[in-house]
Design a protein around this ligand. Sequence first.
Ligand SMILES: NC(=O)C1=CN([C@@H]2O[C@H](COP(=O)(O)OP(=O)(O)OC[C@H]3O[C@@H](n4cnc5c(N)ncnc54)[C@H](OP(=O)(O)O)[C@@H]3O)[C@@H](O)[C@H]2O)[C@@H](O)CC1
Ligand SMILES: [K+]
Length: 516
Amino acid sequence: MAELLTGAQMRAIERAAIASGSVTGLDLMERAGAAVVEAIFEEWPDLASGDHTASILCGPGNNGGDGFVIARHLHDRGWTVTAHLYGKAEKLPTDARSNHDLWVAQGPCVPLTDRSAGSVKNMPDLVVDAIFGTGLTRPVEGDAEFVLGNLETVRTDFGVRCVSVDVPSGICSDSGKWLGCCPRVDLTVSFHSEKLAHRLEDADTHSDKVVVKDIGLPHAEQSDERAGYVWMVEPPAARALAKPTQGQKYSQGHALILSGGPGRTGAARLTARGALRVGAGLVTLGVPSKAQAEVASHITAIMQVPIANAEALTELLWDTRLNALCLGPGLGIGDQARGLVEAALPLYRATVLDADALSMFHKAPADLFELCHDRTVLTPHGGEFARLFPDLAAKLAAEPTEGPAYSKVDATRTAAQRAGCTVLFKGAATVMASADGRCSVHSAQYERAAPWLATAGSGDVLAGVITGLLARDMGPMQACEIATWLHTECALAFGPALVAEDIPEQMPDVFRALGV
Ligand SMILES: NC(=O)C1=CN([C@@H]2O[C@H](COP(=O)(O)OP(=O)(O)OC[C@H]3O[C@@H](n4cnc5c(N)ncnc54)[C@H](OP(=O)(O)O)[C@@H]3O)[C@@H](O)[C@H]2O)[C@@H](O)CC1
Ligand SMILES: [K+]
């Protein structure tokens, strides 16, 4: 999987490469600037020939230094370029200063003002935002805020192409939060690896597209170098999902999904269908007696057993072939439901807790954390997360005043440590973390945006897909990573007008496309 870096991690990689003597900071800046120009021409081939005009907005740090390299390279291609500097040339860091000086020997550099992106009568073909990158430490103000806030108008009303260097300026590279302004550009060109900001929060509303360019820095190979990294969920390998040719149904596990009472069984049935479609050998619904007729009229391959109360559940789980559990969808939040959760967790099965099984602990989340273990997965959406971890949710919702700002990754990692289990925090960017610090992000953004997944029952299916993969003996993090990818992929494969029932039914096509 590819890593998603923080600004500090990126700086550490850069420092290590420079210290090794293999490259200088100036080399890296030259490569970065050249890479942005290359990406611009790849994105808009019509700009690759002919003479065009560009405004390059350069900030007070090395992001601005990249901007001066870009100015020089475009000028060398015959463009008419103006650099606009936010800050004082004397205060630029050494490499940025060198590139500033190279540029002013070739073309104009004027102070950045509110008109820097262009005047109504004099719009350039291209605006490059190189004001702030990974070094943004506080909210953007003044002329920089004004210009950046106006980029959307410059794009949409005047058709000017807008490109950000590394991250759209004003976006905190570690959290994706905006600090003082909310730029919108066509393209962001980043270096070496994506930064967390390219995936967290509403990343795809700030930039329509992100391109990562290699600048010759080494990627971490040793596991100790990779510790602390956040990983981006990628398509699963077919072999992870294939069933052994000699296997029988019991070799693929037996998932038990607990259902709510009459009139509330739909959620658990969706969960069960998700578990079955993803390949659990057997799936059984545990159903209160009064709801059995209702459930029986809806199921075929899925089985059901009566579960009247916690004692009945404990007794049933003497059968150790029932190796993965899911509690929560439609379960209710009363004492009876809570008794089931309290009975299930000490039996140390792989257990997904979703929906009601999370909300029922809102008054005393610590009671839940006491019971959780390393085979437990909590799958909160934003509201459920706030019920279980109100302090973390408040910190996450607070408007940031400095960078790096508190991120969804920070919140999920702390939540996983506190609960002592895997936490999957849902959203367009779903963040999952285990108590030992492993963390990954699944991004349903940009070309994988799946707005139709915001539909009743969609989360129930996701819980079922995770449970099915746990039944198939995957560890909690792998099950979460693969399930989130499959869930989104099913929605994309189905397309518009998706309802929750469609998600599991799309699984065969998605498996086939993966080569399973
Ligand atoms: N790492 C790598 O491998 C490579 C990095 N490269 C490039 O370097 C970029 C990172 O450079 P960087 O560290 O100099 O940070 P950057 O964002 O340019 O600005 C920092 C300056 O802004 C200032 N400042 C901050 N907030 C402010 C505010 N609100 N309003 C006003 N000022 C504010 C801040 O001031 P300070 O906080 O120190 O007071 C400081 O002076 C990276 O994104 C990439 O483009 C490439 O060249 C290739 C290899
Ligand atoms: K930028």
